[in-house]
Design a protein around this ligand. Structure first.
Ligand code: MN
Length: 569
């Protein structure tokens, strides 16, 4: 093989070498020969050549070093398929058999098939050494042809791939570790959220109870309670926002991007912020949509961002100021929603610090509470939705905060539009039927709070259970109108208990409201999917809690009437 290659180089050179002296021709020959020799004796590549039947004819020093055989032990004796992992050779033969719809024997043919058809390729294969040890190799296989184009053998050039494989393996391991750490972080955040909320629940719950209790608190007591509540709600905001930011930064936030109607979302925002605007004497103007406008975004998160911008525009406005919301398609395919206020405006310096966490731009000493994280979260959220957020401001005139989102032609599916929450007027009449509510809760402070709240309602009888199993027993025995269910319970979880109740025909009709300190959006989604009628998060907000309870009692009543009619029919 070596002789032949050398020989053909001579003929080629000789043909072109007319004007070159014999000495130079000899020098060139020697140089070419030396190079070819060096290539063949290179220790970095295994060079194996076979005859047309696949019997090894050449086995270079590199191959000897890599595989541990001496050339004399393999030349004219074995085929390259004998030094490959038999499983790989079988797999290649099977793949080929499928491709060609004809059986291929798992030997050299399977290795050389592509090369014999003139297709050059390299493969990741496992070489087996003389001592039985194995290593991954990258092998390129080429067919060798004579002057007539007939195959006279095959050339296999292999390189040790162990280091790359090792790096790949380490990378894979590192990724698995990072993934695990991320999961642990996510779990940690979720449980920290729960741990922080539980004591806050008691603080905020009982403070609200005192605030609205009878006899009413004295002026100085009310002042103290107001401070407790204010600090408590602030702490709650802080916990929520830090956790939100941490979840976003950890890359664990799941957004569901879908077509949403901008008019609808803005309407919901309007309903939520009008009371605060009214309280401060700020007028709010929203745009009117002549044609429906749909953006691709996560409904909950867009609302969160808009509410944040609107709340800021109200909070940092001047007395008697206005907030103007506008909506324009500034670039084709993209809509810009802007929120304009008549506040003090922001200086260039302040604008530059605006989207940094915990930076309240000198508002630290002001009466307005705020964590300074809100806008950072907004920016991350909008960017995750493929949008942009920004601000233009003039000192003394006010600011315009804007966000841009991608428009879409698709229409929102009406199915998951949240039903508007209309709070029915429940008037307690002297002869009203006594309604019963079962509260399954292991935390004594929460239980006490709800007991105190229910003590104010002469129409409600409260039953309680400390864990899921006894909750189910009491529900079966006394068939309450409504069940309030904690999620983190000793023994079975609130979600398991809910499933058991829903599967039991005697209790399936009872609406169950979750009341949990698991307040991450994912927790709430999971809860609603599990089939809770409503999902309330702790700390309990007394008004929201009472409204939800009345709503659920009203629902239970119509359900009872419907079931009664069904039975009679
Ligand atoms: Mn609990």
């Amino acid at each position: 093989m070596f002789e032949k290659a050398n020989g053909s180089a001579v003929t080629d050179d000789a043909g072109k070498a007319d004007g070159i002296s014999e000495v130079r021709r000899q020098e060139a020959l020697l140089k070419t020969g030396a190079l070819q020799n060096a290539i063949l004796t290179s220790a970095n590549f295994s060079i194996i050549a076979t005859d047309e039947k696949g019997i090894i004819q050449l086995f270079n020093i590199g191959a000897e070093r890599m595989l541990g055989y001496q050339a004399a032990e393999v030349v004219n004796k074995i085929s390259p398929s004998d030094i490959h992992d038999p499983q790989e050779v079988i797999a290649r033969a099977q793949a080929l058999s499928l491709e060609l719809a004809t059986p291929i024997t798992p030997g050299f043919e399977a290795l050389a098939f592509k090369a014999s058809r003139g297709i050059e390729d390299s493969y990741e294969l496992t070489y087996i050494c003389k001592d039985g040890s194995r290593f991954p190799a990258i092998v390129s296989i080429t067919a060798l042809r004579d002057d007539y184009g007939d195959i006279i053998g095959y050339l296999l050039i292999g390189a040790d791939n162990s280091i790359r494989k090792q790096v790949e393996l380490e990378l894979h391991d590192a990724m698995a570790v990072a993934e695990k750490a991320n999961l642990a972080k996510s779990d940690f955040l979720s449980s920290m959220s729960h741990e922080l909320r539980t004591p806050l629940s008691a603080i905020l719950g009982f403070a609200q109870l005192i605030e609205s209790g009878s006899p009413s608190p004295t002026v100085s007591q009310r002042r103290s309670v107001d401070q407790i509540l204010k600090a408590g709600w602030y702490l709650l905001d802080l916990i929520n926002e830090i956790l939100d930011l941490a979840v976003i930064e950890s890359g664990k936030l799941s957004l569901s991007l879908e077509p949403i109607s901008l008019a609808e979302v803005l309407n919901e925002c309007r309903a939520m912020i009008e009371p605060q605007a009214h309280k401060r004497g700020i007028s709010v103007r929203f745009p009117w949509f002549e044609v429906p406008c749909f953006v691709k975004a996560d409904r909950t998160r867009v609302k969160q961002v808009l509410i944040n911008l609107l709340t800021n525009a109200i909070k940092y406005n001047k007395v008697g100021g206005a907030v103007v919301v506008d909506c324009v398609e500034n670039v084709p395919g993209r809509t810009r929603i802007s929120v304009q206020d008549n506040g003090e405006g922001l200086s260039t310096d302040q604008l530059m610090q605006l989207f940094q966490p915990f930076n309240r731009l000198g508002q630290e000493a002001s009466l307005e509470e705020g964590t300074g994280i809100g806008l950072v979260v907004c920016k991350r959220l909008i960017e995750l939705m493929g949008g942009a957020i920004g601000v233009e401001s003039t000192v003394g005139t006010g600011s315009v905060f804007w966000l841009e989102l991608n428009l879409t032609d698709e229409r929102a599916v009406a199915a998951d539009v949240v039903e508007p929450v209309t709070v029915p007027q429940v008037k307690v009449q002297a002869n009203a039927l006594l309604r019963s509510v079962l509260y399954v809760e292991d935390n004594p402070a929460n239980l006490m709070l709800v007991e105190d709240l229910m003590a104010r309602r002469s129409d409600i009888r409260l039953l309680s259970a400390r864990d899921g199993i006894s909750g189910i027993e009491i529900a079966r025995a006394s068939l309450p109108d409504v069940i309030l269910m904690d999620i983190n319970l000793p023994g079975i979880s609130g979600i398991r208990a809910l499933r058991i109740l829903a599967d039991d025909p005697t209790t399936a009709h009872i609406p169950v409201v979750a009341l949990s300190a698991n307040a991450m959006p994912r927790d709430i989604e999971k809860g609603m999917e599990a089939g809770f009628y409503r999902y309330l998060t702790k700390p309990i907000k007394v008004n929201e809690f009472m409204e939800t309870l009345d709503l659920t009692l009203a629902f239970a009543k119509t359900e009872a009437i419907r079931l009664h009619k069904e039975k009679r029919a």
